[in-house]
Design a protein around this ligand. Sequence first.
Ligand code: MN
Ligand code: MN
Length: 303
Amino acid sequence: MNIMNEFEYETDLKLLGEVGRVSRDALDYSKHMIKPEMSLLEIASNIEDFIAQRGCSYAFPTNLSINEQAAHYTPSYDDDMIVKNGDILKVDLGARSADCITDCAITINVGNEPDKMIETCDKALEAAISKVRAGTTMQEIGRVVDDVVTLGGFTTIKNLGGHGVAKGELHAEIFIPNYDNGDDTQLEEGQVIAVEVFITTGKGYVKEGEEVQIFQKAQGMPRMREMREIAQFIDENYRTYPFAFRWLMKQFNSEFRIKATLNELLRSGALETFPVLVDDGEGIVAQSEKTVLVERDSCKIIT
Ligand code: MN
Ligand code: MN
């Protein structure tokens, strides 16, 4: 998919700007709304209600990953987790309208001002964004991120990073590293990208955990008739965008039926899973992310 062509129409960029404003406002809202002793379920539904009230759908379920979790945790339908004072909470959200989508994240030191790790992560994101223009290479962005983070006394996560954001496709084409990985691929004018910095007090890698709450369906229907209702609902409401198990519970209220359908889709190769990603070494993780539009001599911040 050619990202330049996907976003060259002015109407798309205007819509993307509007979706970007909603996403940015949702992150600002999160900063004030999230308080110690709130449940993850309440936080997720507040954020998702906020986005819906502003007229957008979701690009993916709100990720609320705590401390050594880096990404891909979204509450289960019966989640009893509470955020505590001093938890390092990553709020990663995406809005969409038509197929214009955004992806952005902040880290919150729950009940407190941002700590040094969060400030370092934000500073590294700013430094990376200041490099974004047509012709900048992946390794240049990685290097500046790594420099800022190392100077701050933290470690960049090597197996996570930024990515292209195409129309209707959240992770498109390019991978933008958080260190100099030697990739001399250049950014192109008109590309929309998510610049995404992950840092840790650990060794610099994440691994997949056991838990899965986020799924994404490809084309295809289960053979058994009784499973088609849920599969059809997914196609109609989430299409090929990621969705949360708890979203299906709201509609069908049967853990057994949903699991049976998802298992069948998984067996037939029509379902992708996104296991929670945790620090490989018990480090605490911070994340900062913005969607930006690459321009000839700079970039335009979308979120
Ligand atoms: Mn994200
Ligand atoms: Mn991202």
